[in-house]
Design a protein around this ligand. Structure first.
Ligand code: 13P
Length: 249
């Protein structure tokens, strides 16, 4: 079974001082664990990755980006290249988050190209997928996940360089979550889809994301094929994020 990964996606939150304080707090807690059964990842806004990286240095908490450009460098004003994130010490980069798909028009092909750029920079891509509420209501949740996996997971992906995050769009920031049975169904489906594409599907971490909090983490993290969480709002408070992580223990 893959090791659990508890990942915080800070989104467009935290000025530098707040981010550094949060990261330092998590670093102290994590490094104080004798034998943590989970990996902990924080994904701050790009502008403060460097400062957050310094705050968690040596703690065992790892660092990630929230997005990257598909190209390695060039005339792309305002964008961030994957090698730049690697240069700052990132081990992971989130790609294809539904907020990127929704507000920036990102399609599966672009997500796949971004994931490839992450791989080529020597990092792990956290590829996000998940259905909208209308798609779930139409009975399309599994089909949407299949389509997004087929389109967004590039050739050369493996458990070494790829994590899948299942984030139903309607559960993000809403306080609503699918039932444990629904999560189990989708995650088993994702695992089956991966087994048709990858050599080591059983080792791929499949995260659940969408309104994960301390109060529901234990139930969600104990569902079969759930190998961790991608947490938004509740990752901004050390107590809440830590409680989610401890729910894996
Ligand atoms: P919330 O945990 O705030 O619902 O956000 C989930 C998410 O989008 C993580 O990437």
């Amino acid at each position: 079974m893959p090791r659990k990964l508890i990942a915080g996606n800070w989104k467009m939150n935290c000025l530098k001082a707040d981010g550094v304080a949060l990261a330092r707090d998590l670093g102290v807690r994590y490094s104080g664990e004798a034998d943590p059964v989970f990996d902990m990842l924080v994904c701050p806004p790009a502008q403060i990755i460097d400062a957050v990286g310094a705050a968690i240095a040596g703690s065992g908490v790892v660092l990630g980006g929230q997005d990257c450009h598909r190209e390695r460098k060039g005339a792309f004003t305002g964008d961030v290249a994957a090698p730049m994130l690697a240069d700052l010490g990132c081990s992971h980069v989130i790609v294809g988050h539904s907020e990127r798909r929704q507000y920036h028009g990102e399609i599966d092909l672009l997500v796949s190209e971004k994931a490839k750029a992450v791989h080529e920079a020597g990092m792990t891509a956290i590829i996000c997928i998940g259905e909208t509420e209308a798609e779930r209501d139409a009975g399309q949740a599994l089909a949407v996940c299949s389509r997004q996996i087929a389109g967004s997971v590039p050739e050369g992906s493996s458990a070494e360089n790829t994590v899948i995050a299942y984030e139903p769009v309607w559960a993000i920031g809403t306080g609503r979550t699918p039932t444990a049975d629904d999560v189990a169904e989708v995650h088993a489906h994702i695992r089956a889809e991966l087994s048709r594409m990858l050599a080591d599907p059983d080792d791929v971490q499949i995260l659940y994301g969408g309104s994960v909090k301390a109060s529901n983490a234990e139930e969600l993290m104990s569902v079969a094929n759930v190998d961790g969480a991608l947490v938004g709002g509740a990752s901004l408070k050390a107590d809440d994020f830590w409680a989610i992580a401890k729910a894996c223990s």
